[in-house]
Ligand binder design. Structure first.
Ligand SMILES: [Zn+2]
Length: 308
């Protein structure tokens, strides 16, 4: 009996070790894709990162999930575009911000005011101690245009969707927009109602992105695409908003809504899942649409004093 237990424990340990190796590989594997001569996207476990080369160093948009990834991103960015001058966090989620501590303290890090408030309110443990030095240092309410080494970078707060503090980054000369998580390309989106996200308002926010002048789109997740790719995602969000409106009109329960939702713009969408943590699939997005429509969620309370 003891021997069998020993074998089982051994097998479990081996499985854990394999899982550990797998996660380590996922975390340490980054893939670089060229968007233009001066602009690259880095894919990895977490958000898509944008790296712009300017005449005076590089601009990095989002930093993925782990400090270890942040270090790799910083090294890649230095190789692609010179010393990192500016970091941007499109929103507060950990898969876009937790690489920040790999950057030097004193690094200019931009985000919206809202994003900084959410980081402090919802992720305070991570941002304590040394990490606090790489919280966003420059916050925006509305819009900011940065000029660096012959390049123009516009930081734009265009409305609610994924959260209510998302930043869109327009690389003017490279005719590319980094949407952060206002766009999941070919996969089901996370919708953070608690942090002001909105299925209802998401499509109008995409309209404002589409008014910008660009050829390429770096989404928060999924491959780089163009305006048509973004429009395809907008069609999906419009259908999902209609699911919410229908739930509101009919007073349907969540179960009825899940059973009757009409969605087809998600054909071929990938499911993103972290076992036991979250699963971004069809049922998840329909549930979020229903929760927004029926008020079945709890908005995060932010410190009111900071709102002025
Ligand atoms: Zn996100």
């Amino acid at each position: 009996m003891a021997r069998i237990a020993g074998v089982i424990v051994g097998l479990l340990l081996a499985a854990l070790a394999l899982a550990g190796i797998y996660v380590y590989q996922q975390v340490s594997t980054l893939e670089v894709a060229r968007v233009t001569d001066d602009l690259h996207a880095i894919y990895g476990l977490g958000s898509n990162v944008g790296v712009l080369r300017t005449g005076e160093g590089s601009v990095v948009v989002d930093t993925m999930t782990f400090a270890m990834q942040g270090r790799e991103i910083r090294e890649r960015a230095e190789a692609l575009g010179g010393p990192v001058q500016i970091v941007v966090n499109t929103h507060y989620h950990q898969d876009h911000t937790h690489g920040n501590p790999a950057f030097s303290s004193g690094q200019k890090i931009y985000s919206t005011e809202k994003t900084l408030e959410y980081l402090e309110a919802l992720d305070a443990d991570y941002w304590s101690g040394d990490a606090a030095r790489t919280l966003p240092s420059e916050t925006i309410d509305g819009e900011r245009t940065l000029h660096l080494g012959g390049k123009t970078v516009r930081l734009l707060e265009l409305g609610r969707g994924h959260t209510d503090g998302d930043l869109v980054v327009l690389f003017v000369e490279d005719r590319t927009v980094h949407t952060g998580d206002l766009f999941f390309n070919g996969r089901y989106p996370n919708i953070d109602l608690e942090a002001g996200g909105s299925v209802r308002e998401w499509s109008a926010t995409i309209d404002r992105i589409l008014e910008l002048d660009f050829d390429h789109v770096i989404p928060g997740h999924g491959p780089v695409t163009d305006a048509d790719g973004l429009r395809a995602f907008q069609r999906f969000m419009n259908q999902l908003a209609e699911v919410g409106r229908e739930a509101e009109r009919s007073g349907r329960s969540l179960e009825e809504t899940l059973a009757n939702a009409t969605l087809d713009a998600d054909a071929g969408y990938d499911v993103m899942a972290i076992p036991f943590v979250m699963r971004l699939d069809r049922d998840f997005v329909i549930k979020r649409a229903w929760e927004e429509a029926t008020g079945n969620f709890e908005r995060v309370e932010l410190d009111a004093e900071r709102d002025e």
